[in-house]
Design a protein around this ligand. Structure first.
Ligand code: PLP
Length: 414
């Protein structure tokens, strides 16, 4: 029996999604295309196995093979980040962060993170997230130039006296200076926690500062720039912290680990450890840089004036249209992006004055600077004539043809 025969409803929708991913240009900065080999591991019989606990210390029998799989994932993760301990069980980036807080904080402790509207993540203390409900959260942000001012962060830390400083972002186009954050954390006796969910793929290729040895604990997703399966990881060099993190994840907030996902993480890490990975990560940055240069040449303003990583933030504050309008218009032209707030935002968070555009997914399809130059020009064409539906339709056809020159998934996979 195949999925196609057993449940054609889900099969048809999965196929439609594959077609959507193939036809459109995916430029959401947090998305990527994982390897077919990772998808194979995700779809394996490992999903059947209960393995509560950790390798060699399980609550169930029959764990001899999943023990080896998880140990390989742990060892590869440690090798990638150059650290001593890794937990590869978090089901997502958010659960990884919840695990870190649970390990090192008590209810009501103060945390200092980056403001969501300045590029931070929900789990860095936003009031709607458990991180903002369980802990007393305070925020730093970016200056009007779009950059973190480390002296300002130090001043805020000095007033707040947080137990933990969280660094890392979801919408920040510049390098994060972990050494500076370490100095600030030391000056107030705080733990330093880096969440590298967005930049991990660059970090492990040496294309971004490494949070080690500066940070006490580091978390990441595995599905963004790392191009692995959807999931989370936590790393540290401190044995005491490592023990606390293990019990904070299981039995603290999770039950049986998703062994199929852990195997898929191991497969992804193998790719991340290869020489080919370094080529990919360099290209991600080169493509984002091309995108930035063309958009600036076409008269657009970028938050922080450019990019050091995998994304650009278009600042549309001076335009008659909003981030939401731009998001919709680009979507109609076959380019998937997301609206985003900008420093000094004057529109509501549902409308915004910015758009976040990332290079990782199209780079995974094999596109280089030549393609990014074309795409950046089409983005500018759409925005310069934002109400022109027939132009959007024409560009959509052109970009679909471009996209079809860069296929990664075989239709036979589904
Ligand atoms: C995406 C992201 C997360 C959350 O990851 P999920 O897997 O969606 O829970 C956490 N932190 C940062 C900085 C992120 O960008």
């Amino acid at each position: 029996m195949s999925l196609e025969k057993f449940d054609n409803e889900i099969y048809a929708l999965t196929s439609a999604e594959l077609k959507r991913q193939t036809d459109h240009l995916e430029m959401i900065a947090s998305e990527n295309f994982t390897l077919p080999e990772v998808i194979e591991a995700l779809g394996s019989v490992l999903t059947n196995k209960y393995a509560e606990g950790y390798p060699g210390k399980r609550y169930y029998g029959g764990c001899e093979f999943v023990d080896e799989i998880e140990q390989i994932a742990i060892d590869r993760c440690k090798a990638l980040f150059g650290c001593e301990y890794a937990n590869v069980q978090p089901n997502s980036g958010s659960q990884a962060n919840q695990g870190v807080y649970g390990a090192l904080l008590n209810r009501g402790d103060k945390i200092l993170g980056m403001d969501l509207s300045h590029g931070g993540h929900l789990t860095h203390g936003a009031k709607v997230s458990s991180s903002g409900k369980m802990y007393e959260s305070f925020f730093y942000g970016v200056e009007l130039d779009g950059r973190i001012n480390y002296d300002r962060v130090a001043d805020i830390a000095n007033i707040v006296k947080p137990k933990m400083i969280v660094c890392g972002a979801s919408a920040y186009a510049r390098q994060i200076d972990f050494a500076k954050f370490r100095e600030i954390a030391d000056s107030v006796g705080a733990y330093l926690f880096a969440d590298v969910a967005h930049i991990a793929g660059l970090v492990v290729a040496g294309e971004h500062n490494n949070p080690f040895p500066h940070c006490d604990v580091v978390s990441s997703t595995t599905h963004k720039t790392l191009r692995g399966p959807r999931g989370g990881i936590i790393m540290t060099n401190n044995e005491e912290i490592a023990k606390k993190i293990n019990s904070s994840i299981f039995p603290g907030i999770q039950g049986g680990p998703l062994m199929n996902v852990i195997a898929a993480k191991a497969v992804g890490f193998k790719f991340n450890l290869s020489d080919e990975w370094k080529v990919y990560a360099k290209q991600v940055k080169a493509n984002a840089k091309t995108l930035a240069e063309v958009l600036i040449k076409r008269g657009f303003e970028l938050v922080s004036g450019g990019t050091d990583n995998h994304l650009v933030l278009l600042n549309l504050s001076d335009k008659p249209y909003s981030g939401k309008d731009a998001d919709i218009a680009l979507g109609q032209a076959g380019i998937t992006v997301n609206k985003n707030t900008v420093p000094g935002e004057k529109r509501s968070p549902f409308v915004t004055s910015g758009v976040r555009i990332g290079s990782p997914a199209l780079t995974a399809r094999g596109m280089g600077e030549a393609e990014f130059e074309i795409i950046a020009n089409r983005i500018a064409d759409v925005l310069d004539d934002i109400n022109n539906a027939s132009l959007q339709a024409k560009i959509k056809e052109e970009l679909k043809a471009l996209a079809h020159n860069f296929i990664i998934y075989d239709k036979a996979m589904y």
